[in-house]
Every structure is written in structure tokens, then in C-alpha cells.
Write a protein that binds this ligand. Structure first.
Ligand code: ATP
Ligand code: MG
Length: 183
């Protein structure tokens, strides 16, 4: 099962982002825009995980969530990964978010799941481009966006079903969620 671990902004924060990106979305049907009802902040991408490792990592993620406190976050501005990915920045308790992402990666490794060890780049993916797409004007257009503060209170283990969503997009289905109950 293809899995990732994420936190999800609440619906009011997502509505703001949806409004802030509406013009860009209609101006750029050439990009593959992610669906607002699927928006999330990935903490760690686990890839294809077998049943035993899934059970193992679930137990470990429960312990991880119990050690970490809720996170005060906000969405703000935009950035890009080359010509490929347009995203919104994350603001607020980035140290807490990085710490949580590191713990989630460690939990996955202990469950013998190979996770990447590139530096963690907190972001919410808005759109994916093709080679040659120029995302810079979109980053500039979204630069003034400053979303409200919100609190991440839960960590979600999410299943990704590639091609199962509308127009053969990926569909994300929460498998298990754990509250952040640390202090
Ligand atoms: P598609 O691959 O068809 O574009 P997708 O990227 O939305 O679909 P997945 O590839 O299953 O779906 O990824 C699920 C989530 O994990 C997304 O937020 C994606 O950006 C993130 N992700 C995928 N691969 C990695 C990776 N190697 N490192 C970090 N995050 C990743
Ligand atoms: Mg992908």
C-alpha cells in the first residue's frame, strides 16, 4: 500500500488558500492543480509498504504523536521546486514541524521502511508543471498571501491511490490518525 504521513490544515485555512489561488488556477489550466479537498503537508513519504511494516510503523507513529505537542502553523506566500512543483510556504512553529517530520522518518526507518534523507522542505503542493513551465510569475502572484494561524492537532497516515481520483489524479485516503498529545 502506497503511504505517506501528513498533517492537514483545517477547513477555514484551506478555504482561504482556495480563494487566494482561484485566479491563478483559472489563468493556468496548463498546470495540474491539486484538489483543495486533498491538500495536506507531507511529513514523510513512505512509498509502497507491506502489511507487516505497516502495522509496525502504525504503532511507532502512535508513540511519536504522543511525544509531540500540537503545532501553531500558518500558510503564507509561495515557492517552487524548479519547473515542476508550485507550493505554498509554511510559517509558524517550523522547528516543531521539522522535529515532528524527523521523528516520523525515524519511526519509518525503525519499521524498516526506506525513507529519503534529503532535507525536509515543508510545503503544501498547489500544482505540478511540465518541463518548460515557468512557475515564477505564479510564485510572485501568490507572494502576498498570508493565511490565518491554525493548530495542527493530529498526524495522519494516508494511503495514496495513484490514478484513483477525478481525471486520473491521485486519491488520498486517511488510514489512521493520532492526536499530538505531547507537551
Ligand atoms: P502523482 O505522483 O501522480 O503526481 P502525488 O504526488 O499527488 O501523485 P504521491 O506520489 O503518492 O501522490 O505522493 C503523496 C504525497 O507525498 C504528495 O504530497 C507528494 O508530494 C509527497 N511525495 C511523494 N514523493 C515524495 C518524496 N520522494 N519525498 C517527499 N514527498 C513525496
Ligand atoms: Mg508523486
Amino acid at each position: 500500500m502506497r503511504l505517506f504521513v501528513a498533517v492537514t490544515p483545517p477547513v477555514d485555512a484551506l478555504d482561504e488558500l482556495r480563494a487566494a489561488t482561484a485566479a491563478a488556477r483559472s489563468a493556468h489550466p496548463d498546470l495540474r492543480w491539486t484538489r483543495p479537498d486533498q491538500w495536506h503537508l507531507t511529513l514523510a513519504f513512505l512509498g509502497d509498504v507491506g502489511a507487516d511494516a505497516r502495522a509496525d510503523v502504525a504503532v511507532r507513529l502512535g508513540r511519536t504523536a504522543a511525544r509531540h505537542a500540537p503545532l501553531e502553523l500558518a500558510l503564507r506566500g509561495a515557492g517552487r521546486f524548479g519547473e515542476r512543483v508550485l507550493w505554498t510556504r509554511v510559517d509558524g512553529d517550523l522547528a516543531g514541524l521539522r522535529g515532528l517530520a524527523a521523528s516520523v522518518r525515524a519511526a519509518a526507518r525503525k519499521a524498516r521502511i526506506a525513507v529519503e534523507d534529503r532535507p525536509y522542505r515543508p510545503h503544501l503542493t498547489l500544482a505540478r508543471g511540465r518541463d518548460g513551465a515557468d512557475l515564477r510569475p505564479l510564485v510572485d502572484a501568490l507572494a502576498g498571501f498570508a493565511g490565518r494561524r491554525w493548530t495542527a492537532t493530529e498526524v495522519h497516515l494516508v494511503r495514496s491511490r495513484l490514478g484513483a481520483g477525478p481525471d486520473r489524479t491521485a486519491r488520498y485516503e486517511p488510514v489512521t490518525s493520532w492526536p499530538l498529545t505531547g507537551s
